[in-house]
Design a protein. Structure first.
Length: 389
């Protein structure tokens, strides 16, 4: 049994470096391309590889949580972060760098999933998700500052998450053997989920081929779930109305947030300088993340009905502002509303998902829910590209 809960500060440290590392990538693309002798277009695969690795971390961690528990999951993901960082630090070629970034992201995404799983309450989950949003807002600034030393340094920012791993090993609850029975032999289910999310992430790059692969993988996964109802994707989870609602809300709000994160700066180019756009984006993301932290601490007093109304309403305001706002500052404010809605929804629904399914499927439900949120990081930029074109 767990003697005492892990400090929320350790959980925040476990989760936030991944978002910092992800958002710092774009600032080093030109230098990366020159150093490795590739084109700028080829160098942007570093961002794609990180996004792909991030969404793979969730299903891998889900399997580890159910078969080996949070301690083993933390060790494996920490090893991935360390291995990926070492590859990135010394990568002589782009393929090696991409492998390192994917490993970093897979491990980092897994650590985010573990942090959310161990949070236990909405307020603690809110501190984690708000921290992810707030620290991620400083990614571009950290990237441009640290690149003065070397273009590789901003790509090593996942590493501080390892400082929180000893706390997980000391205080995480011991593994419940009941959670191991379903996943141990369902390698096919794990493979199909990984194929499906990989195809989704690669749609912006490979278009029709990736879309076709996603359709085939989705069909095969549906058939597999029917044949193996207690497998890696358990029927009690996907038949839970609470899970489906939470996953849909998290995925939708996350997608709109990441789409606006890429779209709003382009909309402001005709009004402000690039320096002012960067500063205002940072201020708005910090404000939205802070508001999310405060909101999730009060959801128990506000009640479920009010919370359910506030989250989609705020997300709708975020989408509407760039379309109707007459002033640039209001367009910029859409990112504050978007990050608030996405991170607050992630925290509030994560706590509810765990209690809506049988105990033996709790870790899987939270992991799959987290995956739906992380997929927004892949869909959002792709949607932004379509809108801007």
């Amino acid at each position: 049994m767990q003697k005492r809960r892990i400090s929320v500060l350790h959980l925040v440290l476990l989760a936030t470096p991944t978002s910092l590392s992800a958002n710092s990538t774009i600032t080093v693309i030109p230098e990366l391309a020159r150093a490795l002798g590739v084109s700028a277009a080829e160098a942007t695969w570093a961002a794609t590889a990180f996004g792909w690795g991030g969404v793979l971390g969730a299903p891998l961690t889900a399997a580890l949580l159910r078969t080996r528990g949070s301690r083993a999951a933390a060790l494996v993901n920490a090893a991935l972060v360390l291995l990926g960082t070492l590859l990135v630090a010394g990568a002589p070629t782009l393929p090696t760098l991409l492998a390192g970034r994917a490993a970093q992201a897979a491990g980092g995404g897994g650590l985010v999933t573990i942090a959310i799983t161990l949070a236990g309450t909405t307020s603690r989950a809110g501190a984690i998700t708000a921290g992810v949003g707030l620290v991620g807002a400083f990614g571009p600034l950290a990237g441009s500052t640290l690149s003065a030393f070397s273009w590789r340094v901003p790509l090593l920012l996942s590493l501080p998450a390892l400082l929180a791993v000893p706390a997980v090993l000391r205080h995480a609850p011991r593994h419940d053997s009941r959670e191991a029975t379903a996943t141990r032999t369902d390698a096919i289910g794990i493979l199909l989920v990984m194929t499906l999310v990989s195809a989704f992430v690669l749609i912006p790059r490979l278009e029709l081929a990736a879309a076709a692969a996603a359709a085939v993988a989705g069909l095969l996964l549906t058939l597999h779930v029917r044949m193996k109802p207690a497998g890696f994707v358990p029927q009690p989870v996907i038949r839970s109305r609470a899970f489906v609602t939470a996953a849909a809300a998290a995925g939708t709000l996350s997608t709109s947030y990441f789409a606006l994160l890429y779209t709003v700066p382009r909309l402001l180019e005709h009004h402000w300088t690039s320096e002012r756009i960067g500063l205002m984006t940072l201020i708005m993301l910090a404000a939205g993340s802070t508001a999310s932290l405060l909101f999730t601490r009060w959801t128990s007093r506000l009640g479920a009905a009010i919370t359910r109304a506030v989250l989609p309403a705020t997300g709708a305001v975020a989408v509407a502002l760039p379309l109707v706002a007459p002033q640039p500052v209001l367009i910029a404010a859409s990112t504050a509303f978007a990050v608030f809605a996405a991170t607050a929804a992630m925290a509030w629904y994560a706590a509810r998902v765990g209690g809506a399914v049988p105990h033996e499927h709790r870790a899987t439900a939270v992991s799959l829910f987290t995956l739906c949120y992380q997929l927004g990081g892949a869909f959002g930029p792709a949607l932004a590209t379509l809108l801007l074109v």
